[in-house]
Design a binder for this molecule. Structure first.
Ligand code: SF4
Length: 196
């Protein structure tokens, strides 16, 4: 059990090949019923978040990384969010503006990932104690499968204007996670990276 030892290693069933296969089979069977598949994924995410919260009781994080997908960025905006969210602090025409302010308040690093594999590679390089991330359900499953060794609190995107465009994020949930885990310090820094 991740909470039953003194090690800082996070363990989850996603580290077992059999579990990953089982999830893939269930998703395949549920494919004709998208709402049911979504509910199944939501349940997997809830289970993950419960495991992470138990882990955090014994291993309070010092280094937190927030990962957002690029589809949250407002269509047509030319701000180089893959490099920095500083322009977002004065804009707030899409959710990344609120994300920028939250990160600044709580001293959390933000990463706007332009590709999933880049986000995974950066997570491995940065070695955060905790990841907070939002993405579409398919990408959340991919993240659980690809980086099961990292404690990651996850939430699905709240919707999209169209495929991969102008996605919404649950800012209330993200804010609540930060407030619970890292109360606002006012000493934040924002560093986003695509890692291209
Ligand atoms: S907050 Fe403004 S600058 Fe930042 S990505 Fe959204 S529209 Fe662009």
């Amino acid at each position: 059990m991740a909470d039953g030892t003194e090690t800082t290693t996070f363990t989850s069933p996603w580290q077992r090949r059999g579990f990953v296969h089982l999830v893939a089979v269930v998703r395949l069977l549920l494919r004709p019923w998208p709402a049911a598949e979504n509910r199944f994924i939501d349940r997997l995410v809830e289970d993950q978040n419960r495991r992470v919260r138990i882990h955090l009781r014994k291993h309070p994080p010092r280094r937190v990384l927030l990962i957002m997908p690029r589809c949250v960025k407002k269509t047509g905006c030319r701000a180089p969010v893959q490099e920095s969210l500083f322009e977002c602090l004065d804009c707030c025409r899409c959710p990344l503006g609120d994300v920028a302010h939250l990160c600044l308040e709580h001293g959390v690093e933000a990463l706007v990932a332009f590709r999933s594999h880049i986000a995974f590679a950066l997570a491995r390089r940065e070695q955060p104690d905790l990841i907070i991330a939002s993405a579409c359900r398919d990408r959340l499953v991919k993240a659980l499968r690809s980086t099961p060794e990292y404690p990651a609190l996850l939430t699905p995107l709240t919707g999209m204007r169209s495929m991969c465009l102008d996605a919404g994020i649950d800012l209330t949930w993200i804010s609540a996670q930060m407030e619970e885990i890292i109360p606002a310090s006012g000493r934040g820094r924002i560093r986003t990276a695509q890692g291209s």
